[in-house]
Write a protein that binds this ligand. Structure first.
Ligand code: GAR
Length: 203
């Protein structure tokens, strides 16, 4: 049997997308890859607790402590190398990676974004803000996108998208929950399996 692709998940917050990945691996939806490392850029991210509960190795890398974006990215790269990581998944990771970083991992970094790119994306569009903008614009359909990460925020090649209806009376919070449940938690694991399956052959 071929070896599995080693996956690192980068997080900053609650980690519901990380949980969807952990559950998908357990269920065999993700079968070509294994989550071997979770890196957080926030000390108190609940995602770290989710990883520990699933017996996944964790690391915390704080930009403030390291002094610069360069040192922050270098530390992450070191961890990825030490752990022989093949694929990086940004799952609610609220830091923009430089070209220096992304070019080292071309088509090996994927991100989940809570809108249908190219709507409501790019610098300043993250988390609940995305849904606030979608509601302010009055769109009737939104959704989620999984894409490869390059130097342009939310600008890399699209891997999967799923549309979700906006309902009358939605708040940013109710819309966020629906987009997560109906789109993000589904297309992120499916995309991770698809990309891992391709990478397994070059391992
Ligand atoms: C998710 O909705 C994710 O798509 C979004 O942040 C949330 C993180 O939730 N990411 C971005 O906005 C990135 N631009 P989680 O920590 O529960 O997975």
């Amino acid at each position: 049997m071929q070896k599995k692709v080693n996956i690192a998940v980068l997080v900053s917050g609650g980690g519901t997308n990380l949980q969807a990945l952990i559950d998908a691996e357990k269920k065999g939806i993700i079968k070509s890859g294994k989550i071997t490392l979770v890196i957080s850029n926030k000390k108190d991210a609940f995602a770290l607790t989710r990883a520990e509960r699933a017996n996944i190795k964790t690391a915390t890398v704080l930009r403030k402590e390291l002094g610069s974006q360069e040192a922050f990215e270098e530390r992450i790269k070191e961890l990825l190398k030490e752990n022989d990581v093949d694929l990086i998944v940004l799952a609610g990771f609220m830091s923009i990676l430089s070209k220096d970083f992304t070019s080292d991992y071309e088509e090996r970094i994927i991100n989940v974004h809570p809108s249908l790119i190219p709507s409501f994306c790019g610098q300043g569009f993250y988390g609940l803000k995305v849904h606030e903008h979608a509601l302010a614009k009055g769109v009737k359909v939104t959704g989620a996108t999984v894409h490869f990460v390059n130097e342009v925020p939310d600008g890399g090649k699209i891997i999967m998208q799923k549309a979700v209806a906006v309902k009358d009376g939605d708040t940013p919070e109710t819309l966020q929950k629906r987009v997560m449940r109906l789109a993000e938690w589904k297309i992120l694991p499916l995309s991770v399996e698809m990309v891992s399956n391709k990478l397994i052959n070059v391992k």
